[in-house]
Design a binder for this molecule. Structure first.
Ligand code: NAD
Ligand code: UDP
Length: 341
């Protein structure tokens, strides 16, 4: 019995393969490589010393998905596949809704037709919009999203909840990630964004390696200790381990269950300047920055209350920001052009 990993060639998926392998799970990767390359899988193969079954395909392609479900015995799905660039989603809303929402509907149809009813879904803290207070608990209001990417995640959450009501054999875990950063300790896999990075950490590391002149810090006048935005950065390997715990949880359920919604964060908030300083220390490089206007849609503070994840999944993040920066730098400095080396 195998776990189907949609989007498994991507940043979080590739790290999760390693943790699943460690835990003794068998998997196959399904990815259309729209935002990744199979080089990530080749590198994971080296790390785990095992070959990976890879089927190239799109989650919107029902025939291709059906063929994969017929070919392998798939017991559960970890669903990473999706487009994730916030700015691009504003410019291309239909592509985002088609890829993320329609793609998930197609996947759920094929799962149901093949009596595969266990799924772990990659959601995001973005579904909380601008929270009234922090730390953020799972029962905080959701849906006040500010861009099509975030709305697509919110819609998928609602669809999953309805799918479970319609067929209560479905066992669903929705993981709301905070800000994934860092890389595997080997430095051979990591985040490899196309073009100019939107996210803070790849921008910082590309500045440190000399690919970017300076970091634009979006806003210095937020209501935070140093005026810059505060986020809950989580090491991607801790996040990957959260998926193993989610699959363990689903497999342990003998009764029907309502969808389980869990925050995956550390509970610590760090500012943009905190991250710059930590990165400079870890890399020994200067990260030039300029404070510029706020980025539209950004909020002052976002960090998790991760206590439910500990209680229900037995999971907690334990890697520090020093480790996150060290591992990001190890990946970036060994692979200045990402997987294109
Ligand atoms: P990523 O882009 O590195 O990985 C996503 C993978 O899905 C890529 O390999 C891409 O080729 C594949 N893919 C996209 N559309 C597809 C389709 N239609 N069919 C098949 N494959 C497709 O992104 P990531 O950072 O690894 O994120 C994984 C998931 O986690 C995404 O759903 C993302 O929205 C979510 N998430 C990411 C973050 C983050 O900051 N990285 C935060 C919260 C949630
Ligand atoms: N940020 C920044 N400069 C950048 C990218 C991000 O100052 O080039 C800030 C952003 O305003 C936010 C934090 O870094 O306060 C994290 O942003 P990111 O886009 O990585 O994640 P988000 O929390 O917005 O999803």
């Amino acid at each position: 019995m195998k776990i189907l990993i949609t989007g498994g060639a991507g940043y979080i998926g590739s790290h999760t393969l390693i943790e699943l392998n460690k835990a003794g799970y068998d998997f196959i990767v399904y990815d259309n490589l729209s935002n990744s390359t199979d080089e990530s899988l080749k590198r994971v193969e080296k790390i785990i010393n095992k070959s990976i079954i890879f089927e190239k395909g799109d989650i919107r392609d029902k025939d291709a998905l059906q063929a994969v479900f017929k070919k392998y015995e798939i017991e559960s799905v970890i669903h990473f596949a999706g487009l994730k660039a916030v700015g691009e989603s504003v410019a291309k809303p239909l592509e985002y809704y088609d890829n993320n929402v329609v793609g998930t509907i197609r996947l759920l149809e094929v799962m149901k037709e093949n009596n595969c009813k266990k799924i772990v879904f990659s959601s995001s803290a973005t579904v909380y919009g601008d929270p009234a207070t922090t730390p953020i608990k799972e029962n905080f209001p959701v849906g006040g999203t500010t861009n099509p990417y975030g709305t697509s995640k919110y819609m998928i959450e609602r669809i999953l909840e309805d799918v479970q009501i319609g067929d209560n054999e479905f066992k669903i875990v929705i993981l709301r990630y905070f800000n994934p950063v860092g890389a595997h300790e080997s430095g051979t896999i990591g985040e490899d964004p196309n073009g100019i990075p939107n996210n803070l950490m790849p921008f910082i590391s590309q500045t440190a390696v000399g690919k970017r002149e300076f970091l634009s810090v979006f806003g210095g006048d937020y209501d935070t200790a140093d005026g810059t935005g505060v986020r809950d950065y989580i090491h991607v390997v801790d996040l990957a381990d959260g998926h193993v715990k989610a699959i363990n949880y689903i497999n342990a359920q003998t009764q029907n269950m309502e969808p389980l919604i869990v925050n995956l964060g550390t509970g610590n908030g760090y500012s943009v300047i905190d991250m710059v300083k930590a990165f400079e220390k870890a890399s020994g490089k200067k990260v030039a920055y300029k404070i510029v206007d706020r980025r539209p849609g950004d909020i002052a503070k976002c960090f998790a209350d991760p206590s439910f994840a500990k209680e229900v999944l037995g999971w907690e993040a334990n890697r520090t920001i020093e480790q996150m920066c060290k591992d990001s730098w190890n990946w970036q400095s060994n692979n200045p052009n990402g997987y294109k080396n």
